[in-house]
Each structure stands twice: as C-alpha cells, then as structure tokens.
Design a binder for this molecule. Structure first.
Ligand code: GLA
Length: 382
C-alpha cells in the first residue's frame, strides 16, 4: 500500500474536520480466470492487490454528513434522511448506497465525515468500485460499532451496487477485496461464498497487467443484459443457476433459444469448468496448461460472450506473438480495462516494450503496465 496516499488522506481529514479518523485500506482485485461466472453461482479465481482505496472516517457532530473525494477534489454534503442516488455514474452513489443498505438491514449510523482517495485506475477492470464500497462499510462498521461480519459487509456492498449504481454485479469483487490474503489467490465458490486459497509463487513466471486505458460506454447495460440472459436460460432449464448446467443440458434446448444466447450460455458453462481446471493446473505447477486456459477464456469472452473490444483483443494478440507469454485474457466485466498476462520473468521487459509500442502504433494511444502484489483484504490502518 502506498504510504503517501495514506498520509495525504489522513492529513486532509484532520485539516478539514479537526479530529483523528479511523483509517481503512480496501484493495482492488485481479482475476486469474472465471469471468462472468460469479452471478451464475459458479467459480472465480481472484486476488486482492496492493492498489486500492484509503478512507478516513469518523463521527460528525453536525446535522449532516460530509464526504470528500480527494482525487476529484469534490465535497458532497448529504443527510441520512435522503440517500436517493444522484445521476448515473456519480461517485456519491457508492457511498449513499452503502449507507442505505446498512439502514435497510435495520442497523443505524449517525452523521459522519469521510475523506477518501485511491490509486486504482478507474475503468481498469480492477474494481475500484468494490474497494470504495468495502472501505465505506468497513469504516462505518468500526466507527458505529455495527457488529457486522465481513460476509454481511460484502453483501451490503453488493446491494449498494445493485440498487444505487445500477449494476447487477456478482460477489467476486467485493469478496476478493474484503477477504484477500497476501501472496494468495482465492478460488471462490460463489454459491457458498467460501474460498480456498492458493499460494501464487510461480518462480520463473509472473502476472503482468496491461491497461488499454479505454472504457467503452454502455458496458453497464451490456453487463445487466448478459446476466438476465443467463437467468432466463437457467429458468428454462429448471435449475437454480447456470452453475448447475452441462453442455448436454444446454443442447436439449438449443432450438428454443437464439444462437447468440446459446453461445453465451455455453461460454459460462465452459468458463466455470476452466476456473476449476485452472486451480488443478496450479496445484500441479503446470503453467503451460494454465496459460492455455487463459487464452481459451479470452476466446470465449470475445467470440461467445461478446464482452471484449478491439483494444483488448489486440493486446491478447500481442501476447500470442511473444514467446515469453504463456497465456493472456481480458479481465473483469469487459469492454475495456486490463488484460492479464502470464509471462516469463526474464522475458517480461521484452513483452512490455513490444506490446506498448504496437498498441501505440495501432490505436495512437498509450497503454499502462502494472506489476501488482497480491495483498491482504480490507483492513484498518494504524
Ligand atoms: C464485474 C462484476 C463482477 C463480475 C465481473 C465479471 O467486475 O462486478 O461481479 O461479474 O465483472 O467476471
């Protein structure tokens, strides 16, 4: 975690509100594999990273709440009696949503002040939104002694996103951000919301993230559309969620759904199998197999689930051209953000240079490259 970020957020709080805040760090996440499987009760394989949101928070004596987004230098005053969402896309909705969801389950918070800042690039597919939601719920839980468990907190964060932000997300991002473990990735069963941790120490290989620095609009509605296709097909199959379906089950209703939806559902079934296969490959130390699964995941996201974009496809194409890369795919919801690449450490510089140059030449835009450290989930800072 970045110590100057911590200092800045704390100093800003102290100078604005003249009291000592509770400090929270809440990380973003990567996802090795298992994309769009979480809201199908399936498996995902995320890890918390060392980039995230730092929040400073404490009770307020005034008759309203004040929030300050230090990256945007924006102040927002609100009353606990009116938590209605603002315009779509406003950062305030994450905050208002969390408070509203806390109230919905019958817990109450008093007036508070909060300052937050972060170092997760927005739109990178590393889930700055879950990090923000978790930092707020974790901070409020601490300040107002709400007695919420971490599981209750992530459900509050997820509901905030559903009801105030309008994205019917799964539980992966909030879980990874809250429960992350240093140097480990979590194979999460999204039905039981329990995970198994895997030490990530590849010796000669590492994960490299490349951000396309694009986020195409309409991604939220495309996300919700995908989710409703999955739910309606699960209903047709008479099962609780696509996690319970096989390709054979799907074939039995092939003539009842459109070819596009057939491919989408087929993707989900296959991706769920890939997430499990990836955990086995890792257990066996078979990185070549893991790499192939990453490429296959991208193929599915691009051609079957159709949530990729030219920039992401181009970067995965660059990975395929480079002998040091074992596998690559788009990461997160899609339509922009990062690719995740499994690269030989001694070839990483070569790949980074090649991919950046080619990307610039193709799109006349810079990509950004991140090395991330797998880190602890949401926690208090002292
Ligand atoms: C977004 C959502 C997650 C998950 C991913 C796709 O990050 O918030 O719940 O569905 O997309 O895997």
């Amino acid at each position: 975690m970045n110590t100057s970020l911590l200092k800045n957020v704390k100093n800003e709080f102290v100078s604005k509100f003249e009291s000592e805040p509770v400090m929270v760090f809440s990380p973003g996440r990567i996802n090795i594999i298992g994309e769009h499987t979480d809201y199908n009760d399936g498996f995902v394989f995320p890890a918390a990273v060392d980039k995230g949101i730092v929040a400073a928070i404490n009770k307020s004596d005034s008759d309203s709440c004040t929030a300050y987004a230090s990256d945007k230098e924006e102040t927002f005053l609100f009353s606990l009696k009116n938590l209605d969402p603002l315009a779509q896309g406003s950062w305030q909705n994450y905050l208002l949503g969390v408070v509203a969801e806390i109230q919905k389950i019958g817990k109450s918070v008093g007036n508070f002040n909060i300052v937050f800042g972060g170092n997760i690039p927005v739109g990178s597919g590393m889930s700055s939104s879950a990090a923000l939601e978790n930092s707020v719920v974790f901070g409020l839980n601490e300040v107002f002694k709400l007695g919420l468990s971490k599981h209750e907190m992530i459900l509050i964060s997820q509901q905030a996103e559903h009801n105030h932000v309008g994205v019917k997300c799964g539980i992966m991002d909030q879980y990874a951000s809250m429960f992350g473990i240093e140097n480990k990735a979590l194979l999460l069963d999204c039905r039981t919301i329990t995970s198994e941790s895997f030490e990530i120490d590849f010796q000669h290989h590492e994960f490299v993230l490349i951000n396309t620095n694009v986020k195409h609009s309409l991604s939220d509605s495309a996300y919700n559309d995908r989710r409703s296709v999955c739910e309606s097909v699960a209903k047709m199959l008479n099962i609780p969620a696509l996690r319970d379906a096989t390709e054979l089950d799907l074939a039995s209703i092939k003539d009842k759904i459109s070819p596009e939806n057939y491919q989408k559902v087929r993707y989900v079934i296959q991706e769920n199998e890939r997430a499990i296969a990836a955990s086995k490959a890792m257990q066996q130390g078979d990185l070549a197999a893991l790499g192939k699964l990453l490429y296959a995941s991208h193929e599915g996201l691009q051609n079957q689930y159709k949530v990729s974009c030219d920039e992401l496809d181009f970067l995965v194409g660059q990975a395929k051209l480079n002998e040091h890369v074992l596998g690559a795919r788009m990461m997160g919801g899609g339509f922009g953000g990062c690719t995740i690449n499994l690269v030989a450490k001694d070839g990483a510089e070569n790949f980074k240079t090649q991919a950046s140059k080619a990307y610039k030449a193709q799109f006349n835009r810079e990509c950004s490259i991140y090395d991330v450290k797998l880190s602890q989930g949401t926690h208090l800072l002292t």
